[in-house]
Ligand binder design. Structure first.
Ligand SMILES: Cc1cc2nc3c(=O)[nH]c(=O)nc-3n(C[C@H](O)[C@H](O)[C@H](O)COP(=O)(O)OP(=O)(O)OC[C@H]3O[C@@H](n4cnc5c(N)ncnc54)[C@H](O)[C@@H]3O)c2cc1C
Length: 349
């Protein structure tokens, strides 16, 4: 066994030595081993005299180094203040900002994903088609942190019953309008007669087709009754009832608004759940609007998301076994069997 050795690295003895010799090889102290011939031979005890002041801990902050971009930068939102997609009668999803907002000419904001990933994978690939391959690899292999380097900020107006589902997505930063501070505007969600849906028989959480016109009209009258509380709400606020209490009389069809900022990885998680058929139709409409807003900004990531997540399917171990053997799914669970039937239908089996 060769003798073990370790080195103590000290600060360079002078700036000149640092610049020309690459810094921390400037002075080494070798213990328990033969000293290599190329190492300066002063003893450690003398290694202190001329340390540059800026390298001493606690020294003042050094000046900013500003780097000029190699290619001109362009705005991913084309100079717009916001991009808005109206949803239903009163709702909207508005994209207010993006990070990165500025990207090298000829690139999209996918650039930031690739840039972050190359910290791990090295320079290797540099062309646009190679960027696409890298983004697709990341999505396929759930290497998600590079996707967190892209962020979007939205301004959204939606009914409170949708906001309650939305807020369950905890990784976003949210600031909602305060019904304690402000008087809520007179905006309510009211579907058309033709879009009042029937309760689903197979899915207790879902709806299934439209209901007959007479029943739909009765439902819309009920909504109108609930909206009629608004005038009383205003009246009682004028009489001095605190807004924070008065709002308790308003229905969940009332619209609220918030700013919602989230990174791309978690937006994809949100979209995969809320663009799915199992999500409530109204929140699907908002999610689809959000996807339409980000798609031109991160087209490569969105394409990969559609290919590997949104329109992809996950097979369970039981399903793979059934597929291999040609036998029925080895479970008595009727819901699991129904899910397997749906997947087989989707696969054309
Ligand atoms: C079709 C559908 C039906 C639903 N039905 C119901 C229902 O009946 N009742 C109900 O209450 N909810 C229901 N939900 C909400 C659902 O349970 C989730 O709360 C919601 O979809 C948010 O998902 P998430 O926690 O994965 O997302 P996010 O909150 O965005 O979190 C993203 C990921 O971050 C991680 N994470 C975030 N915060 C934490 C934390 N505190 N601890 C550990 N990990 C964390 C998790 O890995 C999580 O998947 C439903 C959702 C859908 C889509």
């Amino acid at each position: 066994m060769p003798p073990s050795r370790f080195e103590l690295r000290t600060r360079p003895v002078s700036r000149d030595f640092f610049d020309t010799n690459g810094g921390n090889r400037a002075r080494k102290c070798w213990h328990n081993a033969e000293m290599p011939s190329d190492v300066p031979t002063e003893p450690c005890a003398t290694a202190t005299p001329t340390v540059p002041p800026e390298m001493i801990a606690g020294a003042p902050v050094r000046p900013i180094v500003r780097t000029i971009p190699e290619t001109p930068l362009v705005d991913v939102m084309g100079g717009s203040a916001r991009w808005t997609i109206p949803v239903h009668e009163h709702g909207f999803v508005a994209l207010c900002d993006a990070m990165p907002r500025l990207v090298p000419e000829g690139k999209t904001a996918d650039f930031a994903i690739v840039q972050a990933a190359r910290v791990s994978y090295g320079d290797g690939t540099k062309h646009v088609n190679e960027d696409r391959g890298l983004v697709r690899y990341l999505l396929r292999h759930r290497h998600t942190t590079p996707l967190e380097m892209v962020e979007f900020k939205f301004h959204i107006a939606m009914p409170i019953f949708i906001a309650r589902q939305w807020i369950r997505h905890r990784t976003a930063n949210v600031n909602e309008c305060s019904a304690r501070y402000s008087i809520m505007p007179d905006r309510f969600y009211r579907p058309s007669v033709a879009s009042v849906r029937k309760q689903s028989k197979s899915n207790r959480q879902g709806s299934d087709g439209t209901i007959e016109v007479g029943t739909a009209e009765q439902f819309l009258e009920l909504l109108a009754d609930a909206e009629a509380h608004y005038a009383k709400y205003l009246n009682l606020i004028e009489q001095g009832v605190a807004r924070e209490l008065a709002r308790a009389a308003l229905p969940v069809s009332l619209y609220t608004e918030w700013y919602w900022k989230c990174d791309l990885h978690n937006i994809f998680h949100f979209l995969s759940l809320r663009m799915d058929d199992h999500a409530q139709l109204e929140i699907q409409d908002f999610a689809r609007a959000m996807f339409a807003l980000i798609k031109p900004i991160v087209p490569m990531a969105c394409e990969a998301f559609e290919d590997y997540r949104l329109h992809a399917m996950q097979l369970t171990a039981l399903e793979i076994a059934a597929l291999k053997s040609g036998q029925p799914l080895a479970t008595e669970n009727s819901r699991e069997r129904a899910e397997w039937d749906a997947k087989r239908a989707q696969l054309g089996l």
